[in-house]
Ligand binder design. Structure first.
Ligand code: MLT
Length: 302
């Protein structure tokens, strides 16, 4: 019997895929297998029995990969299993930022008891007007499972889409709409983009990817979307770019207090992958990865 522990709440639909040879236990120090979502595994000791860890999600920056490799523990993630959920939220973020839906919503909330509400709607129309995304340029940085879908959706919404990915696989390239223009030199196109959406993993080399130099090259009033990882954006450079008007809005799924205190930031509490469908997909994929590894020695990460 293999013992499995869940460091986070993992969808029961996924857990039900375990056969009777697997038992869910509370104590991770006793288990051969671990399922994790966002818990920081750097803070957990690695027990001698541990064989494999599966992350029900794409990013693995909450798992100490070096430590796992040294201990011979295999680490899986579930790329693609939550990509539609994240893509849909990125598109929502783009629309919310372009049309000031938050301003409009708050206006109605604040004025809902005003007897002249209907009359004052004209003022709100002026204050919370916006722009359409049709015909605008979207730059997608990183064309993996999520970035590729964001790029294709941008095309279907009538946007001009530029995509950058120095590690673009043949398979990912095949999945892209032929109207996505693949860019070789990012620096040359920052100034063309009305929207920039980040879809990079967080690595030492991508930390502060959006820094002062990058912001300086952007078009005035660019809208930046970050549903990937908070540390991809340099906080001070972002603050300066928002106050100078270089960045019109920053839409982020990572609400730390620094960002939450800035003007023109729309922040969400890491909701990108939080749909019922995505949680079920990720958990199901992770459970099958663990069982295939234990039973057949397979290391299957796609
Ligand atoms: C991911 O890396 O895929 C997301 O962070 C998933 C999550 O919200 O757990």
């Amino acid at each position: 019997m293999m013992r499995v522990s869940c460091l986070n709440n993992i969808s029961s639909v996924g857990l039900n895929h375990f056969t009777s040879n697997y038992q869910i236990v509370e104590d991770q120090n006793q288990s051969e297998l671990i399922l994790v979502r966002s818990a920081k595994m750097h803070e957990y000791p690695i027990n001698d029995n541990l064989l494999a860890v599966a992350r029900a999600g794409a990013g693995v920056n909450n798992i100490p990969l070096d430590k796992m490799a040294q201990a011979g523990v295999v680490v899986f993630n579930t790329p693609g299993a939550n990509s539609n959920a994240v893509k849909e939220l990125v598109v929502a973020g783009m629309l919310i930022a372009s049309r000031d839906l938050i301003g409009g919503f708050n206006w109605v909330k604040e004025n809902k008891n005003d007897p002249d509400l209907q009359k004052n709607v004209e003022k709100a129309k002026k204050a919370y007007g916006g722009n359409e995304i049709l015909g605008k340029t979207l730059l997608v940085v990183g064309l993996g499972a999520i970035g590729g879908k964001v790029a294709n959706t941008g095309v279907s919404l009538g946007m001009k889409v530029l995509g950058f990915d120095p590690y673009l696989s043949e398979n990912a390239r095949r999945m892209l709409d032929h109207n996505v223009e693949i860019i070789e030199d990012l620096y040359k196109v920052y100034g063309d983009a009305d929207f920039i959406s980040l879809h990079l993993p967080l690595l030492d080399s991508t930390k502060n990817f959006m820094n002062k130099e990058v912001f300086d090259r952007c078009k005035d009033n660019v809208i930046v979307l970050n549903f990937a990882r908070d540390l991809l954006v340099d906080n001070q450079a972002l603050k300066d770019a928002l106050s100078s008007g270089k960045v019109k809005k920053y839409v982020t799924d990572f609400p730390d207090s620094f960002v939450a205190n800035l003007e023109n930031v729309i922040y969400l509490p890491h909701l990108g992958a939080s749909t019922e469908e995505s949680e079920e997909n990720c958990a199901t994929m992770a459970v099958h990865q663990l069982m295939s590894y234990v039973e057949k020695g397979e290391i299957n990460n796609s």
